[in-house]
Write a protein that binds this ligand. Structure first.
Ligand code: HQG
Length: 183
């Protein structure tokens, strides 16, 4: 089958974030796996690709979803895991304001419970409204929340930057959320 970068990216998201066991793969605690092993197991499971094709997907991923280790031997998803991983990110001081895009049907529940990681390991926050809008659109009619990251940070809540620049935190209480007007 011809090389399809989007299809390979989706496959990598599946096995590196959600279901490594689908191809008998093991991730270490920080989410890394050996590239040789990944290619061998994927090929055995019917999704064959080359190292060059993998590198192409990693280099061209619009969201830089995957990271190859400095020695070139291992790969991991930068964020977005549902399997339990400890990415080993150091807490960082966030920008004063971050954004979260979601769907209008979730607003009532979010205002009651705050933002929760749901099936993922963290709540994902965007640096700007345009990105947040794109994230929200994945779920339906989009709405954007402004997150008072500075106040959360002052209150002792930890923030992390993923390998790809996405901001992560454990929970955003609704007191730190303001719905933005959307056009
Ligand atoms: C919502 C994509 C009800 C939350 C994106 C979101 C991102 C609540 C949904 C990354 C809630 C979870 C993550 C509450 C949160 N009540 N709904 N209390 N708390 N929610 O997909 O942030 O393309 O797990 O608002 O670009 O949409 O995969 O998270 O709508 O960076 O690389 O529950 O995934 O990147 O949805 O997206 P998700 P997300 P990739």
């Amino acid at each position: 089958m011809a090389f399809d970068p989007v299809r390979l990216s989706k496959f990598l998201s599946l096995v590196l974030r959600h279901q490594p066991e689908a191809i008998g793969l093991a991730l270490d605690v920080q989410g890394w796996t050996a590239i040789d092993d990944l290619i061998a197991r994927a090929t055995a499971a019917g999704t064959a690709f080359t190292r060059a094709e993998l590198e192409h997907v990693v280099a061209t991923s619009d969201k830089k979803r995957f990271t190859i280790s400095d020695d070139g031997l291992r790969i991991r998803a930068a964020q977005g895991h549902s399997v339990s991983v400890e990415l080993g990110l150091a807490p960082s001081e966030p920008p004063a304001v971050l954004f979260h895009g979601t769907a209008t049907r979730f607003v009532e529940s979010i205002m009651a419970q705050g933002l929760k990681p749901q099936s993922r390991q963290h709540v994902h926050l965007s640096l700007d409204e345009a990105n947040a809008l794109n994230v929200g659109r994945r779920h339906g009619k989009p709405v954007i929340f402004r997150v008072d990251a500075a106040a959360m940070h002052r209150a002792g809540m930890a923030f992390y930057v993923a390998d790809n620049g996405v901001w992560l935190t454990d929970h955003v209480p609704s007191t730190y959320l303001t719905p933005c007007a959307t056009s």
